[in-house]
Ligand binder design. Structure first.
Ligand SMILES: NC(=O)c1ccc[n+]([C@@H]2O[C@H](COP(=O)([O-])OP(=O)(O)OC[C@H]3O[C@@H](n4cnc5c(N)ncnc54)[C@H](O)[C@@H]3O)[C@@H](O)[C@H]2O)c1
Ligand SMILES: O=C(O)C[C@H](O)C(=O)O
Length: 326
């Protein structure tokens, strides 16, 4: 028997639709990637009238040049997002130099709550991917707001953080990034957990290819990867690599690829953690999160993951209280 979601996709087989909520830097770059990779028609929604419509028209005008036939619709009306297979939430403010992702908590909690309510009303069967920061906390809030089963909702961060670690390893060793597999688990914050033991160059652990001090320097640069770009740009935060990372997750879902990707997933005892969304390796297919892989961790790796989860939990509690009083 075909999995349920395959039927969903086949039912609208000529027009698989992905909705991207928030037509800012990440949202518009993601819309471009999805259409130009010929993955789906895209609905781009924003609270600002005119912006999503203008961006959609601009992307439509590139179709002949880029040679695809995907439709891109810009809108402020959630009705236009109806029957999406995947909804990606990128609405929310980015951070400024000198502040942390957690400082965005109150503003973005309200935005995520409202946008998830708007989108789920029209696409209750969609897989939801949250991008808005602070990522793990927003994914938890989105899940609470939506009432979705936990396999149908995940946060994007691990793919991006691993891609950064991969990039820095590639630059250090002067080896193609394509030959490097990097693993970063944990929350998308200063306490994220890059795992050199599980990061390899064509199968060789990086710990055999560089000394400890070099490895530590690359880990620190990975942890600081978002802030490094915020400091350089002075306005806004990274969006090309975040859009690529979200696009990879959308592709894994739409094409039912069974990719093993680090995503923020709801844990119920895995890694000794409960009731928290945090980055762990998951098998991603048409149902969303199809399973969570428990990697063997050393005591110190496990302790680092628990510290990261504890920080996410504290911020979830803060967000819940702020929302109650807002
Ligand atoms: N998870 C990650 O790895 C990651 C990576 C990059 C960015 N981010 C986060 O993603 C978010 C977006 O980043 P960006 O660079 O695209 O910001 P941006 O300012 O360019 O775009 C945000 C968009 O959201 C829209 N918006 C705000 N409130 C809305 C609402 N209620 N409904 C619909 N749209 C609304 C804004 O009008 C704006 O167009 C930020 O919170 C940023 O920190 C996360
Ligand atoms: O750093 C940020 O604030 C944006 C994003 O989370 C990133 O890692 O690039």
């Amino acid at each position: 028997m075909l999995p349920l979601c395959t039927l969903n996709i086949m039912a609208s087989c000529t027009q698989v639709r992905v909705s991207v909520i928030g037509a800012g830097n990440v949202g518009s770059s993601l819309a471009q990637r999805l259409a130009e990779k010929d993955l789906a028609d895209v609905v781009l929604l924003d609270v600002l009238s005119g912006r999503p419509q203008g961006l959609a028209l601009d992307l439509m005008e590139a179709r002949g040049v880029e040679r695809h036939n995907r439709e891109i619709i810009g809108t402020t009306d959630y009705a236009d997002t109806a029957n999406s297979s995947v909804v990606v939430i990128t609405a929310g403010v980015p951070r400024k130099p000198g502040i942390s992702r957690d400082d965005l908590l109150l503003t973005n909690a309200k935005i995520v709550r409202d946008t998830v309510k708007g989108a789920i009303a029209h696409s209750p069967n969609a897989v939801f991917i949250i991008v808005t920061n602070p990522l793990d906390v927003m994914t938890y809030l989105a899940w609470k707001t939506s009432g979705l089963p936990t396999h149908q909702i995940m946060g994007m961060a691990g793919v991006l953080d691993s891609a950064r670690f991969q990039t820095f390893i590639a630059m250090e060793l002067n080896i193609s990034a394509s030959d490097i597999h990097a693993t970063v688990l944990g929350g998308h914050g200063d306490l994220m957990v890059p795992l050199p033991r599980y990061s390899t160059v064509s199968g060789i652990p990086i710990t055999e290819l560089m000394d400890q001090a070099t490895c530590d320097r690359l880990i620190q640069r990975t942890r600081n990867g978002g802030a490094e770009i915020v400091e350089l740009m002075q306005t806004g935060s990274a969006f090309f690599a975040p859009a690529s990372s979200a696009s990879l997750m959308v592709e894994a879902i739409l094409h039912n690829q069974s990719r093993l990707l680090p995503v923020a997933a709801y844990l119920q005892g895995e890694y000794g953690l409960e009731d928290v969304f945090i980055g762990v390796p998951c098998r991603i297919g048409c149902q969303g999160i199809e399973s969570i892989l428990e990697m063997k961790l050393t005591d110190s790796e496990r302790a680092a993951l628990h510290r990261s989860a504890q920080s996410v939990r504290e911020n979830v509690d803060r967000a819940m209280k702020l929302l109650e009083n807002a």
